[in-house]
Write a protein that binds this ligand. Sequence first.
Ligand SMILES: [Zn+2]
Ligand SMILES: [Zn+2]
Length: 535
Amino acid sequence: MNAGIGGKPAGLTRRDTLKLSGMAMGGLALGGGQKAPQGSGKGLCEVGRCYPSSYKTEAYTYAEQLPEFDPRTPVEPNEMRITFLGTTVPPARRAQQMMSIFVQVGSGKTGHPDQAVFDCGSGVSANYNAMGIGWGQMNKIFISHLHGDHMSDLSYMYQGGPQGDRKTPLFVFGPGPSGFIWPGPDPEHPTYPYGPFDDGTKTFCEMLRAMLRWQSEGFCFQSTGVNAWHTPEEIKALWGLPFEDGKYPEPVKDPRAQWVARYREDDYLDPFTDGYAVVPVELQYELKGGTAYNNQATGLRIAHFPVIHTRVGAIGYKLEWDGPDGPLSMIYTSDTKPEKNCILQASGNEALDVFIHEMAVPPEIWAMKLMGLTAPGATDDQQAWNATVRWTKDVQESSHTPQGAFGHILSRITPRPRLTVPTHFPVSDDTVACALKSVQGHVPDIGRLGEQITWSFDLMVLRVYKDRIVQHRAVVSDYSLGTYGAMVPDQAPPKYYKYDDRHNVVPNPTGQIDPTDEIRATNPDGTVNYRDDGY
Ligand SMILES: [Zn+2]
Ligand SMILES: [Zn+2]
């Protein structure tokens, strides 16, 4: 269906459209008109009291009605494709995994397509696999901040890559150390100051590498690298990476593998030609528009800017692609309290194409859902209710953008983005209807659900062109084994190898095990225990 260019959504019946616009309009009718809080100013939406709701609480009808899409469809030369792999706030739910967005740009002017992964929260690997997105495409990960719901599945992306077609390093972009020192509420208190911690992306990558040592060695009887690839100097230049003069991207070392320095010429256990190399690209989080990636060959540029989320150091990203029909752009703020930088980044002469920003349900709705209630406060246990609301309010206060604040931000972006996508949001008919009402309070002309604003859900695909943005839901098999991608030519020998009869290097899959108690298919005396071919 078309979005951002008005008109009746294609592919929907008139009844569907009425139903959807009814969904969009419903919040107030149910609301019964709660008074806006004092001092909140004129024109604010009187939303509240969306519950109990007649909307579905356990379905997202809008998504079900979008046209289907086969994710194997090649990206067109002039297309920017945004695929949502994980879209909700913790706690994870079956319908939505934690945050991850996959962006592909077409072959464009230069004949070179490109792609990037934004965040990699828990549970998204199954969605990447089901979508048939090969490991080789998951080689550049842009992390907004190091919360588990944004990076947990990195361990899987890291370990899976070299077994498939990513035989070159995993590049992890993310904020550098925060340097934050908490002075304490009372400077005289003897246990303060508290911090700073080694909380940057580089340290994270070192720990990730060390943590997965057993995993990586266990699979090194297969080739995990290539014989030749770009040098760090070349990658820095090709990708326009933000390293100072004389500094280059380099794989993290493992200080626990102390024997390495004794036996090898350099002390890199994972060379730049190996898939188990993790290369951090630390970004100076305070820069407003700092370059993270600027690939002249593909026309893809990714910049970063600070956002406000639980602790200093969280960032949002802006992607710009110099496509054949003109530039296309996207912002992904990830998690943040309402703040000004995203407004600056999203405003300009030309409308931003896609604005992706987190949105939080109101604390009392969140508490209601967490406690399994049908209306806020509808419980005999007021103590538990008050404690839960206190907790959800605190989370909002430290970290997130409420629905109305989202509308306020949108009202300050000029010109308005072609399509706005709230994310990190538990979608269902009831939560979205309530949220749209809040946004409409600030942006009354935002239109129907799906026109200029649409909530993200897992496996939502946006095909972005200069003249249209088409929304889809990808249709995949829940039972697919996914893809390991095409095999890579010129593979390096495996690290655990042996020689065959002709003194060729071949994989040694049993080199790391103790076979004493093993039951072999065939005993030394020739008697057979089981078939050798797996059947
Ligand atoms: Zn977070
Ligand atoms: Zn989050």
